[in-house]
Design a protein around this ligand. Sequence first.
Ligand code: NAI
Ligand code: MG
Length: 508
Amino acid sequence: MTEIVRLSTADAVKLLTPRAAAFIGRVSHKMLIDGSWSEAAAGGAMEVLNPATEELLARVPAAGPQDVERAVAAARAAFDGGPWSRFTPEERQRALWTLADLIEANAQTIAQIESLDNGKSAAVAQMVDVKLATQLYRYMAGWATKIEGATVEPSFPRALGLEVTAFIRKEPVGVVAAVVPWNFPFLITAMKLAPALAAGCTVVLKPAEQTPLSALFLGELIAEAGFPNGVVNIITGDGPGAGAPLTSHPAIDKISFTGSTEVGKIIGKVAMDNMTRLTLELGGKSPVIVLPDFAVADAAAGAAGAIFFNHGQVCCAGSRLFVHKKIYDNVVADIGAIAEKMSMGHGLDPQAQMGPLVSAEQLERVCDYIDLGRAEGAELVAGGARAGNQGYFVRPTVLSNVADTARVSREEIFGPVLVASPFEDLDDVARRANDTPYGLGASIWSKDLSAVHRLVPKLRSGSVWVNCHSAFDAALPFGGYKQSGFGKDFGRQSLDGYLETKSVVIAL
Ligand code: NAI
Ligand code: MG
């Protein structure tokens, strides 16, 4: 039986670094517009809760259209012939590298702020979220000095009598609106800021209303790192109040959004009105495929990690498990045993293996899906309900023998809920793995080289992991097929998303 490790607020505060304690102790925060810490023009504020305790953690400004206007104007001024456009590539590289050094020096502080805000484990956040963000700022710092065009020799008809030379320039796309969700607030912010700044763009960042704090802390580091005013503006607000006016603003050149497919489609339509460039990283229902040769215990551990990491609040969480019928019962039973043994608790408690979901809304949504799955005929192997009555904890849940047509098999749950079913052969599993509107990630668990190589090209998915899941690197592009979005985060490909291409022809 899972138990909740309790940690009083007083004890939690004792674990904080001095800088995290000072930041959290402030309670009321301001947002960053044109280098100044500002209240919302209309004076409103939003409450931010600690999801492990449901207590008030912070108040942040509730930005509205006037604040969006100021932030966009500041970003435009910094870009359009402003200070950032005069930075040399080497100066942009240095600024990004300095920011990475400051993040590294404050890694524990950032992880603790993220943990209190989101509910995730501070230790894991430091090792994964903050570490990968640091690597990404450094990786993109390197690209700032390596953005290259090309020269071209055109084949114009000789009869025109033109002597020409031609070249291709790469230019920053301009002002970027970065809209970020609550599951990896600090890391997803880096996935947008790092390539945008390396390319020479300026940014208006809107963190999620549930988790704005690590972005505001990053704002302090950005100021310390010596970025000119207006290069990065951070507005806190909700989707309708701040996100919608930001993404529909005609002075925005590029939107980079991570979040729900529903909001991604709204933003996509709005973007088309202004022809705003767009990267969308949306939902998923990623399959985990275990072939019959794989060791049962290793498959169970791998599949459990694929779904329960970050409490299942991962866009590429391995939420659909397909196990070959020969080992199905054993693998599912082992995952159930792992789920039942996981300890739950406050993200600052090193004993806790799983924290709360981010919000009351997500708690309700995930519990409703569990009830729905059981009503749809799924067999409950582990978990199945909320844990305790304080904090948004949900027991790691395993549903077995679920029909492919069940809503829990088709819709993104975004919580620690695994849906499992057996398969017959490779063709069967490839078809069923692809039978979803999504195509973000997939994993194959097997040592059978031929089977793996047969399956990899069949999977309609932006990432395929073999004998691992959700394995990310700054250099590896990440993004979806189908309704999981378009454009890439990470890698050189994400940098291209912040660059325009200009052809220049000179008649001599
Ligand atoms: P959401 O898509 O509404 O929120 C993501 C971000 O978009 C937030 O910053 C939000 O303020 C902003 N936003 C919302 N409406 C907007 C609008 N009309 N214009 C511009 N920005 C807007 O996600 P939500 O409601 O927090 O979660 C709902 C579901 O979405 C989750 O249960 C999960 O299934 C999915 N989701 C997927 C994520 C991913 O990583 N792909 C991350 C978060 C949620
Ligand atoms: Mg929403």
